[in-house]
Design a binder for this molecule. Sequence first.
Ligand code: GLU
Length: 496
Amino acid sequence: MTVRTRIAPSPTGDPHVGTAYIALFNLCFARQHQGQFILRIEDTDQVRSTADSEKMIFDSLRWLGLSWDEGPDVGGDFGPYRQSERMEIYRQYVDQLVDDGYAFYCFATPAELDDMRREQMARGETPRYDGRSLGLSAAEVETRRAAGEPYVIRMKIPEEGSCIFQDMLRGEIEIPWSQIDMQVLLKADGMPTYHLANVVDDHLMAITHVIRGEEWINSAPKHQLLYHYFGWTMPELCHMPLLRNPDKSKLSKRKNPTSINFYKAMGYLPAAVINYLGRMGWSMPNEEEKFSLADMIANFDINHVHLGGPVFDVEKLDWLNGRWIREDLDNNSFAQGMAEWAINEQRLIEFIPLIKERVEKFSDVAPLVAFLLSGLPELSEESFDNKSLDNAQMQKILQYSVWRLDELQNWERDSLYSALSSLATALDLKLKIFLAPLFVAIAGSPSAPPLFDSMVVLGPDMSRARVRHGLAVLGSPSKKQLKKLEKEYRQISAKI
Ligand code: GLU
């Protein structure tokens, strides 16, 4: 048997460090067994998936030095590797499940299902689909389909007993069927859900080991049942521990930058980031903390992954990156690394329009652009001193800006301008006053080159991280305040 592993990211948003972490462990497992590692794009959510996000996944994983044997961009014998190009395949398999009596048409409208859940909750029950369409006859289904009624297709779930499956790290896991809903397999728009597409593809792509994050454990019963319905052998399952913030909560961008692009923009070495991710739940047999991808592959043993939630701690990454810089870069490769990172002509040309008007000689340049070539600025509460705004107002401005910038798809000067100026108007503040705390968060001081252009040069990840950092320095709102702000923000943004 040839070992075949895969990652199956959904191209929505920024390329996540969690994707790189799971990719790394899949790659090591495949290489250690002389197997293959596949990249499949799960883009069945057509509203949230973007080509831009897909490209960032490819670019950021390549930057880290991870490579795949098959994928949408490199081809392979089991393609297409993008789920949106495999629609007929899913339809064919879901029809087969219906024909075999394992899945059924459901015409319940969203409003009807809402009522059903509300009634269940009023009775103190956990809301779940109650099987109302299970008894429809084939003739009735045909008539309603022919009349153009919208429908979904759901899978049948046993009424009693438990699902028992094996996890490579956790051994036997048992989940009662009563906790599993009659999952939608095909949505009203004809798109498959994750569960159907994932199982069909893992089978057709001959995946032997599914190594993924532990947040998918609860999906395993549905998957196991689908394999059984199809009469296929299920791949081995291995659920990796989730990455955590230093306070042990699930890694989230509220508390830690999670985009690989951020780590690139900060000037970390890819080898150090990989080394750091490799230490998340795993260690070398000799406990050496610094190791390369090749070292990891040579010594890899998935059974040595420990399940205590690994903490993604940027300070530890700094320490490790420092070791890589000092121990592995001679002066030439240091210079080359800096040039690749940002000190290159192409990058300087982006800076020049921002500062040209303000310099008289080249020696004026470095202080002006320092903030464009730095990480998070050194800030204290005093940095935000402001005659027109108090602390609570500045917190509000930064918090609203964080949310607004998170939603922004198009990171260009004009869209940044309209996103933030409309917020200023909604808050009844002059733009100049509204932008003051943002200037401080982005550039470290209130007098800096034009803000929107600087944010374009810094890019979305670094800019967002700086606004979040500014907010943290100013004192992030408490949970209660946050709820209030969120409500207000939603009202405001509905009007913008
Ligand atoms: N598309 C899922 C994700 O976004 C894949 C989960 C899996 O590996 O099964 O992570």
